[in-house]
Ligand binder design. Structure first.
Ligand SMILES: *Cc1c(COP(=O)(O)O)cnc(C)c1O
Length: 389
């Protein structure tokens, strides 16, 4: 039988055809009126997509580049910072902070869990903290954090630290109110919910964060946010941007707006709700097959992490889906490898993608893992979720 390659990975995610066409057609120089018009349009759209009145800066890098930019632009060597970590991406904040001479205090929870807010509050009592680093959704465990509650605690903290959020899989899967919650930096990446290839990162920057950059002392050159902000006013970038990806991003944001009659803010809400629905259906179906959820108390809509029964290897599920159905899901990262697999819902996924994956997963659960699966039972669980509207 024909097998179509389908990505179900939490980045890179499936590509939007309209964005691919826009990329192919983007044969332009960046120091031209055409590019300046495109860049200004995309930056304006990004502000709506992120949901802020403040600036959004676009960088030609993967998401980690914007994480590094947040650290280098906003901290100085010797700064005490707080890292809230619940997985591999939280650990990346600790690594970045150390790499640039910060002294991180770390609040961590076991993989699959979210933070105890009392512990966060306690750690925030340190009046010397300059910044707090956290994920909105920890993609390695598929956990969603209660960012609104965390933001409240951060703003009540005596040191008035900046709040810097890796929303790379949170954007487009979670409702944020960036300005009202006082998120100083919120970071996104192109290969996640905005349905285009890897290579762009974007971040909102609050007025407080711009002010902090005036005195922060860590070195920065390529990722100098103040330089990018100055250029962006004229539709310019400091260096050669990933022109084709900018065109793709514009087309993708048009598509997202098109989901709500041209209203991008409403289209973003629809995109979040779409991820929620696919995630809910996937959880119900996988539970029915006999799997357990890895993050049952705070599951993300971006992806679902699933634990395989004791003694089984999640890598076998990943491999069997690939060889039998050309469907690509993600194994666990680091210590979670072999124990969990992850299925994405962020971006360009629809009902048919989800039920098809569940149907394929029934075959794998039955044939590869020898679970007592009855064909159609898990699919029906997903159908019930969708039928509820
Ligand atoms: C994908 C991802 C990143 C960025 O990784 P890059 O490979 O640099 O794009 C960072 N944080 C989270 C939570 C992610 O899901």
């Amino acid at each position: 039988m024909i097998r179509k390659v389908r990505l179900f990975t939490p980045g890179p995610t499936p590509l939007l055809p309209a964005a691919q066409f826009a990329m192919a057609a983007a044969d332009m120089h960046h120091r031209t009126p055409e590019f300046r018009a495109l860049y200004k349009k995309v930056l304006a759209q990004l502000k709506v997509f992120v949901g802020t009145e403040g600036d959004v800066i676009l960088l030609s890098s993967s998401g980690t580049g914007a994480m590094e930019a947040a650290v280098t632009n906003l901290t100085s060597p010797g700064d005490k910072v707080l890292v809230l970590t619940a997985g591999k991406f939280g650990e990346r904040w600790t690594g970045l902070a150390k790499a640039f001479g910060c002294v991180p205090e770390v609040v961590s929870v076991p993989y699959g869990q979210t933070f105890d807010l009392a512990a966060v509050k306690k750690a925030l009592e340190n009046a010397e903290l300059k910044a707090v680093f956290v994920q909105a959704t920890e993609t390695s465990t598929a956990v969603r954090h209660d960012l609104e509650a965390i933001a409240k605690l951060v703003h009540a903290a005596p040191g008035k630290p900046l709040l810097i959020v890796d929303g790379i899989t949170g954007l487009g899967t979670t409702h944020f109110d960036v300005d009202a919650w006082g998120i100083d930096v919120l970071i996104g990446g192109s290969q996640k919910a905005v349905m285009i290839p890897p290579g762009l990162a974007y971040l909102s920057v609050s007025e407080r964060a711009w002010a902090a950059m005036e005195t922060s002392k860590n070195p920065r050159y390529y990722f100098d946010l103040r330089k990018e902000r100055k250029n962006a006013v004229n539709g310019e970038t400091a260096y050669t941007p990933a022109v084709a990806l900018v065109a793709a991003l514009g087309a993708a944001l048009d598509y997202i707006a098109g989901q709500a009659g041209g209203d991008l803010a409403k289209g973003r809400e629809a995109l979040v709700n779409n991820a929620e629905k696919n995630a809910e259906a996937t959880r119900a179906a996988l539970l029915k097959m006999g799997f357990t959820l890895f993050a049952p108390s705070a599951p993300a809509a971006a992806a679902t992490a699933v634990a395989v029964p004791e003694g089984m290897d999640s890598g076998d599920v990943v491999k069997a889906l690939k060889t039998r159905f050309a469907a690509v899901i993600a194994n666990g990262q680091g210590e979670m490898k072999g124990k969990i697999f992850r299925v994405a819902h962020l971006g360009f996924f629809d009902y048919l993608d989800t039920v098809a994956l569940i149907a394929a997963m029934e075959h794998i659960a039955k044939d590869t893992l020898k679970l007592p699966v009855e064909y159609g039972a898990a699919v029906a669980e997903a159908q019930k979720i969708f039928a509820r509207g």
